[in-house]
Ligand binder design. Sequence first.
Ligand code: 8X3
Length: 248
Amino acid sequence: MAQPVAVVTGASSGIGAATAVALGAAGYEVVLGARRVDKLTDVAHRIGDAGGSARVVELDVTDQASVDALAAAVPQCDVLVNNAGGALGMESVEGAVEDKWRWMYEVNVLGTLRVTRALLPALKVAKGAVITIGSIAARQNYPGGAGYNAAKHGERALTEVLRQEIAVDGVRVTEIDPGRVHTDFSLVRFDGDADKAERVYQGVESLTAQDVADVITFVATRPAHVNIDFLQITPIDQAGNAAPKPVK
Ligand code: 8X3
């Protein structure tokens, strides 16, 4: 049997990088996609050093031609992890910045759509699995979250519809909805303000990217007849309450 192939988007850091390493250790050939090829190459070397196999593909999920090139490079796909995404800003609805909303919709919703649609033919042949990284923000709204909440709810709608449409082809569809994970998430959200980003994680114990990667790997490695619709995973202090710690 051919080695199974897992595609991970946003694999250059955080949850994506940890997931790529975990899937490599679980026996997948991992295709790492992201814009930052130098960082992808580092992750690929980590996988190789651990005895696994990995390939690097430059990927911008907002660019259809880039997504088409990924699909052309991946004729076999057993697992797709739609991890690319993110938040920009925490403005109130009154102070909403449309360009930030547009970027969040583009990356989280349309990016997931583009990559999934491009790889579906291969996923159908493999009777594979689509694992989309949503957020607790897809399930609970909070002040300052409207743009991100709206995008993650949109991605959740896409994921739920896809599950219903594609089950007949034997493709499993799971949404993983993490809460606060200590990654570059807040650095991006706060436009590179490292001090502010770090304050999100100070004084509280957050999930690590590895915590989430473990769950993704568990989902990916279930038998073909087992579909996990969704999993919400948070640090204990955030259980059942999406509102992030207020940060000035
Ligand atoms: C991010 C979740 O809790 O950090 O998707 O806002 S949280």
